[in-house]
Design a protein around this ligand. Structure first.
Ligand code: NAD
Length: 363
């Protein structure tokens, strides 16, 4: 029996070719791993009547660890994002998105090493919404007026922003524990507490309480307003270490951080819960590149690096990161997006699998 059994969700669009490149790299490290393949997305709708069949979730629950390719959310079909559903069903409350520079990839900066810890389950993403003109919206508007909370125009649609003590505490504790386990120095809580007193204000209050509990951990704590954070991230990306954020700010700032390090093609991610963890790149299924052997598998491969760390396979994880750095640093066998960032042209780029071959050769 293999030492690790991992659920593999190939996804769609560029997902299958990226996960093929990724599994080849992981297997080349020599780690004893068995992939339990579980298909999800629009392609399984006809067979199972749902894009996220229960056996896929059961496989993740059983193996506790999964890695996936991106999955398209078709517009107008009415089915919820499979990616969001997986996070919700398994209560994967922490979205971890490390952003670190890889020299030679043409990014604007080469000295970034920060980690975004995004709360994954509440805030404006809780999905509690009232459509403009609905009975619910009308009642809520009346209620707000009767409570003296404020006047909402009658033709408004409304999305609620719940932020709880329980989940704020859980995510800030996760950020500190991650910091301790990974030799980090500082946790910054990012918020808009000056305006949103009862949601972000609560998040900040809880973050300060948790920071107090970790006072002897050696990890410094600070808080920052989200708009100022955006500006300072661009001006001084080297200042930042671990940032912990409510869901929406976390989503936006992780793409900002991906931009700082050279784009979506190299930004890995993980969704972590108390029982299970699902690793996936930050980017989507890029349908226009599907099946063309062009897409950059780095984000998928670095997601496997995070997965191997999670599994305690540190040497294999370090080996993969070293090989990725070496191949990108040399700049010869890189995919079109990196070639273009560095030289201004895609001439001389290689395909997805040839890039993976170059990484395997450097392991
Ligand atoms: P996207 O990330 O798929 O692509 C945007 C553009 O970024 C692409 O056209 C391409 O130019 C570039 N790009 C992305 N990944 C790349 C890679 N690996 N190599 C090279 N270039 C790359 O974003 P989108 O077009 O907004 O989304 C497409 C679909 O993916 C949507 O249905 C969306 O819902 C879904 N999505 C899925 C996930 C996920 O599975 N977690 C995340 C985001 C979006």
């Amino acid at each position: 029996m293999a030492k690790h059994t991992v659920t593999l969700i190939p996804g769609d669009g560029i997902g299958p070719e990226l996960t093929t490149a990724m599994t080849r790299v992981v297997e080349a490290t020599g780690v004893d791993i068995e992939w339990e393949i579980a298909e999800a997305g629009a392609g399984v709708m006809d067979k199972y009547g749902t894009p996220l069949p229960e056996h896929v979730l059961d496989s993740i629950r059983k193996n506790k660890v999964a890695i996936k390719g991106p999955i398209t959310t078709p517009i107008g079909t009415g089915f919820r994002s499979v990616n969001v559903s997986i996070r919700k069903e398994l209560d994967l409350y922490a979205c971890l998105r490390p952003a670190f520079s890889i020299k030679g990839n043409g990014a604007r900066y080469d000295d970034i090493d920060l980690v975004i810890v995004r709360e994954n389950t509440e805030d404006l993403y809780a999905g509690i919404e009232f459509e403009q003109g609905s009975e619910g919206a009308r009642k809520l508007i009346e209620f707000a007026a009767a409570e003296g909370a404020g006047r909402i125009l009658p033709d408004s649609g409304i999305s609620l922003k719940p932020i709880s003590i329980t989940r704020s505490r859980r995510i800030v504790k996760y950020a500190f524990d991650y910091g301790i386990a990974n030799g980090r120095k500082k946790v910054t809580a990012v918020h808009k507490a000056n305006i949103l007193k009862h949601s972000d204000g609560l998040f900040l209050r809880v973050a300060r309480e948790v920071a107090e509990e970790y006072r002897d951990s050696g990890i410094e704590f600070e808080d920052y307003i989200v708009d100022a954070t955006c500006m300072q991230l661009v001006l001084h990306p080297e200042w930042w270490d671990v940032l912990v954020l409510p869901n929406l700010y976390g989503d936006i700032l992780s793409d900002l951080a991906a931009g700082l390090i050279g784009g979506l093609g190299i930004a890995p991610g993980a969704n972590i819960g108390a029982d299970c963890a699902v690793f996936e790149p930050t980017h989507g299924s890029a349908p226009k590149y599907a099946g063309k052997d062009m897409a950059n598998p780095t984000a998928e491969i670095l997601s496997s690096m995070l997965m191997l760390k999670h599994l305690g396979e540190t040497a294999a994880a370090d080996g993969i990161l070293g090989a990725v750095r070496a191949v990108i640093g040399e700049g010869e066998k890189v995919t079109y997006d990196i070639k273009r960032s560095v030289t201004g042209s895609t001439d001389g780029c290689v395909g997805t699998q040839e890039y993976a071959d170059a990484i395997i050769a450097r392991l």
